[in-house]
Design a protein around this ligand. Structure first.
Ligand code: FMN
Length: 241
């Protein structure tokens, strides 16, 4: 059964439904409660798409099966016409795992679905939903709140960004590139973003979803709403139906 763990809720609408849907577990501190809710489609009490929470533990991703790789490569394409439909929690989980999740969960050396130069794992992925912006944390397969509100329209200069179910923002995190020369920072930041972007393209092809990687973006504006301190916004990628 798909489970969604939510900590430190910040919206009243979620709180009002919690007493009926979940049980409180292991309060970490006086203002942080962990709750477990069913996130099935039959009995959905909330979804990532509409929730604003400090921290969300995503449902476990699907890591086997799916469309054969040759079929996905044959279907891979850019699409720019999105319907305003939400993605399910499970689809968001699968999307992020495919993009750059942990596929070899060795405790002190977790490795990702996308390769990175020097295994720096320096590309951060931010997720813009209808209600919030989150940083994806591959270890633990979690989302961490970075801003409240709908910033999808600002994820790119093309109008279709606003219609996507989610917009992903890829950032070269300079904290993880310390000691690298300027050329390596620019070159590997771009290269490593490309692997993630192609993973997303293949996921969308396999799941009959639409996507368009975008460089026509306002990097300064994006850096502000994701509260970026030390990094470079490389590309953004809307995903939808
Ligand atoms: C680095 C990069 C940046 C791109 N930026 C944009 C963009 O800002 N807006 C857009 O509509 N498409 C953008 N694209 C999508 C390309 O236009 C698209 O991949 C190309 O037309 C080939 O189409 P295909 O992906 O269906 O093969 C970008 C693609 C890449 C690889």
């Amino acid at each position: 059964m798909k489970k969604l763990l939510i900590s430190a809720f910040s919206i009243a609408c979620a709180l009002s439904s919690l007493s009926s849907c979940g049980k409180t577990e292991n309060a970490e501190s006086s203002n942080t409660a962990k709750l477990v809710c069913s996130a099935t489609t039959e009995n959905q009490v909330f979804s990532i798409d509409t929730l604003v929470a400090d921290s969300i533990i995503l449902p476990a991703p699907q890591t086997t099966g799916g469309m054969p790789i040759y079929d996905a490569l044959s279907a891979r394409a850019t699409f720019r016409n999105f319907k305003p439909d939400a993605l399910s929690d499970q689809t968001i989980s699968n999307l992020l795992w495919t993009a750059s999740g942990v596929n070899r969960p060795v405790a002190d050396d977790p490795r990702l679905t996308a390769p990175t130069a020097r295994n720096a794992q320096e590309i951060d992925i931010y997720v813009c939903t209808k209600t919030a912006v989150y940083l994806y944390l591959p270890v633990g397969h979690k989302l961490k709140l970075v801003n409240k509100g709908d910033f999808r329209a600002q994820a790119g200069n093309n109008p279709f960004h606003a219609n996507a179910s989610v917009d992903l923002i890829m950032v070269a995190n300079y904290d993880k590139m310390q000691g690298w020369d300027e050329h390596s920072i620019a070159f590997y930041g771009a290269t490593d973003t490309g692997y993630i972007s192609q993973n997303i393209y293949l996921f969308c092809a396999a799941e009959n979803l639409k996507t368009c990687v975008c460089g026509n973006i306002n990097r300064e504006e994006i850096a502000k709403f994701i509260n970026l301190k030390n990094g470079y916004v490389t590309l953004t990628q809307p995903i939808g139906k």
